[in-house]
Write a protein that binds this ligand. Structure first.
Ligand code: ATP
Length: 445
């Protein structure tokens, strides 16, 4: 099988409208990306499945959408002002900047090859700062949030007093975060503006370890459910050198990206650290009175913290395949699970004339209510199938002369390329059933 490189994925993303570099016509902005017509659908589908699973399929999780700009004291309490930094060095010769944990400091500069050219390591805070209001002095300095979690902790009391939640319960949030990352290579894997899907689970001290085990299992199951190959997912437990000083335990879900195993999501037992910090810094009581036991305590937090935009890169990397066909042909196919594919069903008239296009168009209209559809009548049918394979459309429906006579159509499955003739009136149920039973086939399933 041909090697899957990040370059191939980047090129497909640009060619087919998944992801573009930000401000490309001005030379581009490092670390910022735009999600094109197909990319935004893929990203929204992953987000919506996560949201549905968290807030609807789990008991006792409510949603939140907190603001990106917050009181600057939040970031003092959280430790980000003091500690959220990466040590870095500059090359004195070419001015390139590196994270010290990502290069060999005793070797030559990877960019210009000069020896002994690095500055002493310096700490570089990853938070973007700006000013609020007319004055631009120290008193007006605020930050763009580097994680969504703090918005959840700060609203903990508001949620408890306004909803009918009782501990244990969770608060879920999806939103943008910003980090002034020094090294932004690897496409959207590490960007300066990105999206996170985080859930903070508040529980009684002493129950945290059992909940931690529960959430670990749930989070891995999520990736299996959206069709990610289990052989490309694994756990990595934080060693004592990686574990935050307040954390009791932490595991990352890693994915085998084209550039190797890398973090996709973190599951962390954060103890009562965050709420205690906010209680100390704000002077507001953060404890909870348990109505059953009558005990008062500061809840423990188990966090599941996933990168949504990093999930998009994972979905693309996992789906991408160059399949050798009989006759020496190669087709590029994205084997997305039908639940996350940007387009679910394409409707293709075999020819445009003799009213076939009209039949196909009206069929596409009837399918819109149920699925993300696409109508395409241009080019040879084989080419149209390939175009749909390349963007991961799991089902193509072809309308031909026979369709006009007996109201049957051809349903083509992306992975197997198998075609079946069925009554058009059975399409919705056939597609739903195939999606429910979906199991990836291909060179590595
Ligand atoms: P790293 O060590 O890779 O910088 P981290 O351990 O600081 O990341 P967390 O703070 O735990 O990451 O963030 C939770 C999740 O948010 C990560 O697992 C990742 O999916 C996502 N994430 C973090 N930083 C970025 C980024 N710069 N670009 C894209 N996604 C990110």
């Amino acid at each position: 099988m041909a090697e899957i490189t990040l370059e191939k994925i980047v090129s497909l993303c640009k060619r087919r409208g998944f992801i573009f570099q930000s401000s490309e016509i001005y030379g581009g902005l490092n670390g910022a990306y735009d999600y094109g017509p197909l990319g935004v659908e893929l990203k929204n589908n992953i987000r919506d499945i996560w949201w549905k699973e968290m807030t609807r399929l789990h008991d006792d999780i409510v949603g939140l959408d907190s603001s990106i700009l917050m009181h600057p004291r939040v970031w003092e309490a959280s430790g980000h002002v003091q500690n959220f930094s990466d040590p870095m060095v500059d090359c004195k010769q070419c001015k390139a900047r590196f994270r010290t944990d990502q290069i060999d400091l005793s070797a030559a500069c990877p960019t210009c090859g000069t020896k002994d050219s690095f500055t002493e390591p310096r700490n570089f805070n990853l938070m973007f700062s700006t000013h609020i209001g007319a004055a631009s002095d120290a008193s007006s300095k605020i930050y763009l949030r580097p994680e969504t979690a703090q918005g959840i902790y700060v609203d903990f009391k508001n949620v408890v007093s306004s909803s009918r939640v009782k501990i244990p319960f969770g608060i879920a949030q999806v939103g943008k975060s910003f980090r002034n990352e020094i090294t932004t290579k690897h496409f959207i894997f590490r960007s300066c503006e990105f999206e996170q899907m985080e859930m903070q689970w508040f529980c009684a001290p002493g129950t945290d370890e059992a909940w931690f085990a529960y959430w670990k299992e749930q989070r891995m199951a999520f990736y299996h459910r959206i069709g990610i190959r289990p052989t490309h997912l694994r756990w990595h437990q934080h060693g004592s050198d990686e574990l935050a000083f307040y954390a009791k335990d932490a595991y990352d879900i890693q994915y085998l990206f084209p550039m190797g195993w890398q973090e996709l999501e973190g599951v962390h037992n954060r103890t009562d650290y965050d709420l205690t910090q906010h209680q100390n810094f704000s002077g507001k009581e953060m404890s909870y009175l348990d109505p059953v036991s009558g005990e008062r305590y500061i809840p423990y937090v188990v966090e599941t913290s996933a990168g949504l935009t990093r999930n998009v890169l994972m979905a693309l990397s996992d789906a991408y395949e160059e399949e050798a066909l009989e006759g020496g042909d190669v087709r590029t196919v994205l084997r997305f699970h039908p639940l996350i594919a940007p387009i679910t069903v394409a409707v293709l008239p075999l020819v445009k004339k003799d009213g076939i296009a009209e039949v196909a168009k009206s069929l596409e209209q009837t399918l819109r209510d149920e699925f993300a559809t696409f109508y395409d009548e241009s080019g040879a049918i084989g080419r149209r199938y390939r175009r749909m394979d390349e963007i991961g459309t799991p089902y193509c429906v072809t309308v031909d002369y026979q369709s006009k006579d007996d109201q049957t159509v051809t349903l083509r499955y992306r992975d197997s390329m198998e075609q079946v003739r069925i009554p058009a009136s059975d399409l919705v149920s056939a597609i739903k059933a195939a999606t429910k039973a979906y199991k990836r086939v291909g060179t590595e399933s």
